[in-house]
Ligand binder design. Sequence first.
Ligand code: MEV
Length: 424
Amino acid sequence: MASSRIPGFYNLSLAERLTRAAAAADQTPDVLAPWASGGLSPEAADHMVENAIGLHSLPVGLGLNFLVNGREVLVPMAVEEPSVVAGASFMAKLARAGGGFIATTTDPLMIGQMQVLDVVNLHEAKLKLYEKKAELLAEADSIDPILKKFGGGARDLEVRIIESSPIGGFLVIHLIYDVRDAMGANAVNTACERLAPQVERITGGRVHLRILSNLADRRLARVRCTIPVKELAFDDFSGETVRDGIIAAYAFAAADPYRAATHNKGIMNGVDAVVLATGNDWRAIEAGAHAYAARSGQYTSLSTWGVDVEGSLVGSLEMPMAVGIIGGATKVHPAAKAAIQLMGIKTASELAEIIVSVGLAQNMAALRALATEGIQRGHMSLHARQVAVAAGAEGEMIERVAAQMVAEKTVRIDRAEEILKKTK
Ligand code: MEV
């Protein structure tokens, strides 16, 4: 695509934005049409969940200015919270001056777990399993011929002993499975279920749970960005002040779980919005992120912020990213398909790299605001519009009521109702 920078995008109508986005991404407008009509039909919803009674919509905003591994990309973000899309877009603009976001992924390796109970000797059973590892892997590998055709399949098998638990000791087997462009839950769960009888024969035990782990620490996405210090200056804040403020804010999250939870929530504001827009399982991503953040035993920041030799601000983010572009809602939800197409994504890794870039941008947006003017100022105008709508404002009145509340620095529903009453 030409460029993810579309000046004045904010001032266009919704229809014009769709046309401009399609043109910028070298797509025809019909590709993006699902967003204009809510994305999903009730009939489609009926095939997705049980007892369907309708739809629940969210706004989709476009993250602008993203340059990921040298590629321009417009990023659809499904999110209800004001300031998220604007924050990510603004930080992506600053990051361009340092070359944008540089992201990588590991191989798409998921972990399937089998819990083996009633084993007489855990150490003996563990070694017996390793003796039969090649056989077990061959069996697991033959389960999904399509995945195998695309280069996926069983990669490794690890046996862990849980020495003590509320029911005593037991074995845990980890089946490491390369799921390529799938999220992988189905492939991994099927493989674990299929291996269970063989595992029981080898160990003399009873296979209890057979399910993937959401702590997908073999399937990581990593991203870094560099912001030249002069890009960070605004209003009365020098670039150095903003940079050092962001680093001090990061230090707070690195050292304190109470702050780290909120810091990581800011990262997930961006991550989840793209995960959701592409029809992926955001609960899986959330579970993986927070478990990974606590992997040392102390819950901490998923990102880091520091300086480089030139004094530029350098950010990095590393987290599990189990997203797919085949199967599940990614293939049946028309808006999810539009999202993949708009971003020109060909592999799940590319999607993961974009998602962590948005997460890092979002984190920087929050830290920059918190370290300088505070979070409320940026939040105010969109929040005020939401409050105005909640108070019953329509059409032009939404902006008028919101603007007055912001000017008065009183954004409350009772004030919005008063203003509305007076202007009637
Ligand atoms: C709000 O949705 C997210 C923030 O709280 C994140 C943060 O504090 O870093 C602003």
